[in-house]
Design a protein around this ligand. Structure first.
Ligand SMILES: [Zn+2]
Length: 275
């Protein structure tokens, strides 16, 4: 992770030309625009008025640690590992992976792969970099990303909002887009008593949403129960919105006994041209 590896992903958010590292702490384009590398090591390329993202708290991020340490998402990580290509020179763009927890163990086994964590929350980008040894980019993810065309071989977007047209642009020909979506039973024990969300097939909806840009390749569904404990129960409540839980305004109690994991990891192939 250096200013040079960081710059290799990026283009200027103002004029669109490639960014280069000008020393260890500054990135710049040939038009003369300059951007600092933050003390935490990510490129801060927010320009203009960014949409107000809902802030992710340190408490939510900390709560992810005991959940992953307890192995609640080990099978999901294995499913992700199985669908992520093993090319030595892979360039993986992390557009949401539970603050790097899902991608970290995978990158540890792919020592030559490059990775860039992209997000609109400084806390999440910094935590993703720490958990997965990625480069980091803070930007307004609701608009055009200051990422070069065709620079990634894979985009990983787990339980986070997807931007299929943008993912298509920044993927190289032959690239893959890997998503994870929550099934109906995912974290069902965390729903307030008597609250049943409307049934929907999130995986099928995603396949339809991305169809113009991506072709469905394969899906792997993870459905399992895990015993909860004094550490994981409260952490599940705290971190639920970062791990695919449904948002609710009502009070949520730690689950008594066990928790259901119901996730589908889907791999898509980039179409040569959008249809
Ligand atoms: Zn520029």
């Amino acid at each position: 992770m250096t200013a040079g590896s960081l710059a290799s992903w990026l283009r200027c958010p103002i004029c669109g030309r490639d960014l280069d590292a000008l020393g260890d702490e500054v990135l710049g384009c040939s038009s003369g625009h300059r951007f600092d590398v933050s003390k935490r090591g990510y490129a801060g390329l927010l320009v203009g008025k960014a949409a107000a993202a809902r802030p992710v708290t340190v408490g939510q991020l900390d709560a992810l640690d005991p959940l992953f340490a307890a192995g609640l998402f080990t099978t999901t990580t294995d499913a992700l590992d199985a669908v992520l290509p093993r090319t030595a020179e892979a360039r993986i763009l992390d557009a949401g992976s539970a603050a790097g927890h899902l991608l970290g163990p995978i990158l540890a086994n792919r020592s030559r792969a490059g990775a860039l964590a992209v997000g609109d929350s400084p806390a999440v980008v910094a935590r993703s970099m720490r958990n997965s040894r990625s480069d980091g980019l803070l930007c307004d993810t609701a608009h055009d990303w200051p990422v070069r065309d065709g620079t990634a071989t894979a985009v990983v977007n787990l339980l986070a909002p997807h931007r299929p047209a943008e993912f298509h642009r920044l993927l190289a020909p032959g690239g893959v887009f890997i998503a994870a979506v929550a099934g109906y039973d995912h974290l069902a024990e965390l729903r307030p008593a008597g609250e049943y969300p409307e049934w929907r097939d999130a995986a099928a909806e995603l396949v339809d949403d991305v169809f113009p840009w991506f072709e469905h390749d394969q899906s792997r569904t993870v459905t399992e129960q895990h015993e909860t404990s004094g550490a994981t129960g409260p952490a599940l409540v705290e971190a639920r919105e970062l791990i695919g839980g449904t948002a609710t305004a009502r009070a949520v109690e730690p689950p008594a006994g066990s928790i259901t994991i119901d996730l589908t990891v889907i791999r898509f192939r980039r179409r040569r041209r959008p249809v």
